[in-house]
Design a protein around this ligand. Sequence first.
Ligand code: SAM
Length: 280
Amino acid sequence: MVTLLGPSEIRSLAASLDVTPTKKLGQNFVVDANTVRKIVQAARVVPDDRVVEIGPGLGSLTLAILETGASVTAVEIDHRLAARLPETAAAHGVPDGALTVIDADALRVTELPGDPDVLVANLPYNVSVPVLLHFMETFPGLSRGVVMVQAEVGERLAAPPGSKVYGAPSAKAAWYGAWRLAGTVSRQVFWPVPNVDSVLVAFERDAEPRGTEAERALTFGIVDAAFQQRRKMLRQALAGVLGGSSAQASEVLERAGVAPTARGEELSIDDFARIARALA
Ligand code: SAM
């Protein structure tokens, strides 16, 4: 039977490794068993799932995932934490072979053993969006998941077009599938206590990819241009991408069925993708 880490064990583990949590690596460890179980339940992890976890840290969420009987591939950048995790898992009843630890920067990982299909993570807050988009792009086998992120980031990821917080991360995340807020998490469950609130965000990948890699890259370029110049009309932002005139940009938008006076914040990822196809 897999047992979870308690709050005092987490602190003594960190002390034995000489780890003082750093902001640079977004090291806020969850010290509450109910919270890690809540994340695993939100992700609906079942025994046959092959889960990838980004940033396992001392292992509190990792053990809660393993408790379900699922297998875990965990990617951790901090060598001391990555090196200790297998030992912690064995001491907590994790069977041999259920956990694979990769000592690496998640932003640079391009291959994962075991072909994971579910992502579960308490993401390092400073790189949460780039890491998430990198994983969605690099591992198309990831069909669903739940991540814990800073509240503002989670609201953005789940925001529909036209909402106040809709931005480039919202449109890019929507390229891959549907995102929704799946709960809030008190800052008191972390050690050290962060100065931001956290939320859970759940995603389901679309059954079919929205386009090719080239279409995605062009679409994301247009999304970036549209949101970098938020107050400008889309035809002006697009003229910049095209290196052409505002009249040429209007023509592309017309072909895509998008009003030249529209602003990026009103457009769905499908609108952006149509513009990219009209441009190509
Ligand atoms: N999962 C643990 C928990 O819930 O207690 C720790 C979560 S903590 C918010 C983020 C973890 O991500 C830390 O262990 C940190 O060392 C790790 N990390 C930070 N940047 C990373 C990166 N680029 N790639 C992989 N891991 C990273």
